[in-house]
Design a protein around this ligand. Structure first.
Ligand SMILES: [Mg+2]
Length: 244
């Protein structure tokens, strides 16, 4: 037996084959999908992804879209059967493997998709932005920040968004579960720019599976050496390669 292992998954474009935030609007309203894009690109730096999605979800609600429509959109979000096979077979082969989801999406999106695919019990923990349906307006989804705007800034210097430092989140998780050295191996599957920070906390002999041609791939090439990246790197493009 290889001993205790942790598999960390980013969600959008890593675990699933889409961006959850964009997808819901793409399914329901081209106009709001465009508005999301405009808001993202006019961000002042203070504004971060969940804030922009939260603003646009309010517009969606005000235009009469319902909770069921949002949930149905999530249930048809592309999720590759080979990714499901990869994680369920690894889970069966090695009882000492645990799975952690570390994502800048939100609780409702992720739990809905996992439930749809029968994977609600896969992750030992899901670290993401909080979300809830408004008690006053049950069709209005409210999305918050993992790291609240009211708290002092997390101080990440690697470029994580204000609402979450994925490196800090990984370190905190490991510290609460016996420490980094209690794991014989940590594997990280990611694609985005904000997946770079946690990789700097990983050791030689740990592994990162980088989705080819996306932002994380670029950052590793441009900054990996200078920032002292120690982790072993492999590249993948499609879920069947993760299964392999
Ligand atoms: Mg991603």
């Amino acid at each position: 037996m290889p001993g205790k292992q942790l598999i960390v998954f980013d969600f959008d474009w890593s675990f699933v084959d889409q961006d959850t935030d964009r997808w819901v609007f793409e399914v329901l309203s081209t106009e709001l999908r465009r508005l999301l894009q405009v808001r993202k690109s006019s961000g002042t730096g203070m504004q971060c992804t969940p804030d922009v999605v939260n603003d646009t979800m309010k517009d969606l609600y005000e235009r009469g879209f319902t909770k069921d429509q949002v949930l149905d959109a999530l249930r048809i979000l592309p999720f590759h059967p080979a990714m499901k096979r990869a994680v369920t077979s690894l889970q069966e082969r090695n009882a000492e493997t645990s799975f952690l989801c570390l994502s800048n999406s939100n609780e409702i999106y992720i739990s809905t998709i996992l439930e749809k695919h029968g994977l609600s019990n896969l992750f030992a923990d899901i670290i993401t932005n909080p979300a809830h349906w408004s008690s006053d307006a049950p069709d209005h989804l409210i999305i918050g920040r993992r790291h609240p705007a009211s708290a002092p800034p997390h101080g990440c210097t690697v470029g994580c968004l204000a609402n979450m430092c994925k490196g800090d989140e990984l370190d905190t998780y490991l510290a609460a579960h016996g420490g980094k050295d209690s794991y014989s191996k940590i594997v990280y599957v990611g694609d985005g720019s904000n997946d770079f920070c946690p990789l700097l906390r990983m050791r030689k002999g740990d592994l990162v599976c980088v989705r080819k041609g996306l932002e994380l791939d670029e950052r590793i090439k441009e900054e990996g050496e200078e920032k002292g990246l120690k982790v072993d790197v492999v590249f993948w493009e499609q879920a069947w390669q993760i299964d392999e």
